[in-house]
Design a binder for this molecule. Structure first.
Ligand SMILES: Cc1cc2nc3c(=O)[nH]c(=O)nc-3n(C[C@H](O)[C@H](O)[C@H](O)COP(=O)(O)OP(=O)(O)OC[C@H]3O[C@@H](n4cnc5c(N)ncnc54)[C@H](O)[C@@H]3O)c2cc1C
Length: 371
């Protein structure tokens, strides 16, 4: 028997641990994670990049609101979670409209010509670059330090993380949720659904209408540095068509096919053909072919149709006398970099505080829009 709490969070990824750590400031919080370790699914498989201009207007607002905490993670880590990387987006003649669409409304972009782009990433094929933009303040995120720091903050505030505790059944009993796990039963008046790709399954279990979440597989491969070059300072580089992206990773190069294949929620793995096709698109853009793939992996990026996260109490389940159900889902490919702002919003809603985020951003995230 695990007992009772003010808040039960289902999901020990960056979303669940972040929201729990921040809500634990004013509530007794228990996180249930089905796996043996936190961060096992999407959170542990990301490309670990912060890109301020990534995503639609609501996401750009969340990115901006998240940057200060990533830079100065008080109570989470003793130093910045970010380190310099940069993002270079380049376009062929045919892809110029896509580059212009990305640059539209984006802050802090430098426009580069082909020579300047090749000076940053010397293996790019100069003849295929019509124009490029550099986002200098795109930065690497130390995801593990972020996640473990949040977990420490949660525990220091009296919160509990139960691993190996898959939520298997959820019922309403009076004013509380009753959640059954292999480790026992826990009851709480507030349930936070931070279960990543499984969020619609968890909602159905609780009798809450699903939000139409679609998990999409995204794969990655690690190759040795091209011809043994020192690639440490190369930026992430991506064609405006987004047919792949590549990023230095501890002296090696990570290449993602930038795949978005809809799949059921599961422990994702990469398909050889998807990796091969992504590497072929990479090889079209560079002068040095891939000779060896060292390892591959895949994870799930889960989206609702408007590709904006879903954060807020489920409509109809928000009455004060009944148990309340908070959505914290649909973070897509932005869940690590937006975790500071989304965790804070979840905590504000749980603790009944006025949200720190602007009302228009909160409205864009509200699950009521999907009803
Ligand atoms: C290849 C790849 C690259 C990416 N790159 C970036 C990037 O550069 N920057 C960025 O910001 N984002 C990136 N993302 C997206 C980011 O990883 C996700 O948005 C984020 O990790 C989602 O976090 P989460 O906590 O919602 O999900 P998860 O980390 O998947 O956590 C959900 C957890 O819920 C648990 N769970 C599910 N059901 C139950 C249940 N019934 N009971 C108990 N536990 C349950 C699962 O076991 C899981 O641990 C990338 C994703 C991928 C796959």
């Amino acid at each position: 028997m695990i007992g009772s709490a003010d808040v039960v969070v289902i999901g020990g990824g960056i979303a669940g641990i972040g929201a729990a750590a921040m809500a634990a400031e004013g509530a007794k919080v228990v996180v249930l994670e089905g796996e043996a370790h936190i961060g096992h699914h999407s959170t542990g498989r990301s490309a670990a990049i912060f890109i301020r201009n990534y995503g639609n207007a609501a996401l750009r607002a969340l990115n901006a609101a998240s940057a200060p905490l990533l830079e100065a993670p008080d109570g989470i880590s003793d130093r910045s979670l970010l380190s310099p990387r940069g993002e270079l987006m380049f376009a062929t003649m045919a892809d110029l409209p896509a580059l212009a669409a990305y640059a539209d409304g984006a802050a802090g972009l430098e426009h580069l010509n082909a020579d300047e782009a090749c000076a940053l990433v010397p293996i790019l094929r100069r003849d295929r670059i019509a124009a490029a933009v550099l986002e200098r303040d795109a930065q690497d995120i130390d995801v593990d330090r972020f996640l473990q720091g949040l977990a420490r903050m949660l525990r220091a505030r009296g919160g509990v993380i139960e691993t190996g505790a898959q939520a298997a059944a959820i019922t309403r009993v009076g004013g509380v949720w009753r959640i059954e796990t292999a480790k026992g039963v826990i009851e709480a008046p507030v349930l936070v659904n931070a279960s990543g790709a499984w969020a619609d399954e968890v909602a159905r279990m609780a009798g809450i209408a699903p939000i139409g979440l679609v998990p999409m597989r995204r794969s990655a491969a690690i190759i040795p540095a091209p011809q043994g070059r020192d690639i440490t300072r190369w930026p992430l580089f991506v064609p405006a068509s987004e047919g792949f992206y590549a990023k230095p990773e501890a002296g090696r190069l990570m290449i993602s096919p930038a795949d978005e294949d809809p799949v059921p929620p599961h422990d994702a793995w990469p398909e050889d053909m998807v990796i091969a096709e992504g590497i072929a698109r990479y090889e079209e853009a560079v002068t040095i072919p891939v000779t060896r793939v060292e390892r591959t992996w895949a994870g799930l990026r889960s989206f609702v149709p408007d590709r904006t996260p879903v954060v807020g109490f489920a409509p109809g389940a928000a009455t004060l006398d009944g148990p309340r159900f908070l959505w914290l889902a649909g973070q897509g490919g932005y869940g690590v970099q937006t975790a500071p702002a989304l965790s804070r919003l979840a905590a504000d809603l749980i603790l009944g505080r006025a949200p720190a985020l602007p009302a228009a951003v909160c409205a864009a995230l509200d699950p009521a829009r999907l009803a």
